[in-house]
Ligand binder design. Sequence first.
Ligand SMILES: [Zn+2]
Ligand SMILES: [Zn+2]
Length: 136
Amino acid sequence: MELRNCPVCGKLFVYNHINLCPECLKKDEEDFDKVREFINNNPKATIEEVSEGTGVSARKILEYLKAGRLMLQSNNTNIVLKCEICEEPILTGRLCEKCSRKLRNNLIPDKKPMFVDKNMKGKLHLSKFSKDERRR
Ligand SMILES: [Zn+2]
Ligand SMILES: [Zn+2]
């Protein structure tokens, strides 16, 4: 059993592969549902509009997308998510099909320094966007 401090509220909780306390996790899931619904109902919304409409921060919305939890609709022209290697527009995750296949096949050993780990630390290590966000 491992105790950790929740990165969101600071409370101590029992770590179980998810780096959030149960309360924040629940909140996160609610946020996620709100975002997903909003995007489904407003496929043309920009990320700012989604953020305003749901009360969820733009950064978090991007995290959902990059973690592959949320997927843009193909007719969404206002939220542009790009492959981190070739900059092709993608609908979810961090890499386009082609690049992720390439990575899987050879280039990156198991350390996977480029991927967000599943426990949602809330840090997107190599993302240009999150660097900019953090500076604010
Ligand atoms: Zn918490
Ligand atoms: Zn690519």
